[in-house]
Design a protein around this ligand. Sequence first.
Ligand code: F3S
Length: 390
Amino acid sequence: MFLTPDEEKIFDGESGEAKKIAIRLLYSLGELGNAEKLIPIKSAHVSGVSYKNIGDGGLKFLKKISTPVSVPTTLNPLGFDLTGDGPVNIDEHFREKQLEIIRAYMDMGVMESFTCTPYYFYNEPSFGDHLSWAESSAITYVNSIIGARTNRESGPSALAAAIIGKTPDHGMHMENNRKAKLIIKTNRKLEYSELGALGLYIGYNGKGQIPLIKGQKGAKDFEIKALAAAMGAASSSPMFHVEGVTPEAHLVADDASVLDVEEDQIKETMNKYAGDETPELISIGCPHLSVEELNYIASLVHGKKKIGPDLFLFTNRKVKERAAGAVKVIEDFGGKVFVDTCMVVSPLSNRYQKSATNSGKASFYLPLKEYGNQKIAFKGILEMLKWVIA
Ligand code: F3S
């Protein structure tokens, strides 16, 4: 890969150890991806924030690479809500380590966004922008729905790109690589959780190829977000196209294969995580909720009496502020709305073993051993709310 004279100097350590580590990491990734050069990026989004996920090794890396970022950089959720308590009790060791991680990022000038939906209000890319984003749901969202361009970066590579302000020019940065290689045909319009199930199904059966999904015209932004999160969790593909919805749906390879997804396959995917037992907790907000979603949930519980399991919702600070009316309705009902964290990166299993969620992505992660072996019920919002509305 070609480096400019200025980049060579950084590579040789003339701008300090942290920048040297950052550009060498980018250089190695560029070589692996056959990139010819580094290109400037408009923004970065960094994952690997919860102490539950990165541990002491991650904290050590952050201290080693500490130097100011050079482009707007947002941060994924952490292990608890910094603005209040919860969602579950944590021990002092976890709290201290988590705060140390946050301080390390803040020292670098990273924004206090703590969300996987930074594209709501914090870090809003435009069509064609080159980015370096981590967090599979956010990557899939900005590539697919906005038409911005990022590879599937890891937390360290996105942070390295944020420091240098550049990323290797390969993969999703090149239009030719953004073509659909798989055409998915669906025969009816799917609703929110079913689109999450479709995302999981494509993840399991799509061989990591970029799909063009047909039959979902009119799907709303938050429905496509659910699809992006689920597919991003179960597949290595960094994007998809949806006919009539996403801006690059015309990019289709001549030799694309076809996969029909029938009603039964959506049902089977949901049933895989269906869980019959009454949950101890209902979690909504993976990915973090939008204002529109909070308003919708508020309309369902307005003036109702709460019974049964706990109800936790997850979003970011700016969305919570802008949806203050809806948040009040949900809290008056007896639900709780958390920011900064989520059902997967907080140590939920400290208190709960049986969760219900409408998220395909959370249904994928929560039953895993490293995420606390949760018994999961993957259901639509209306179905889940039957457990808590008297
Ligand atoms: Fe976001 Fe946590 Fe889900 S980071 S996509 S809410 S796992």
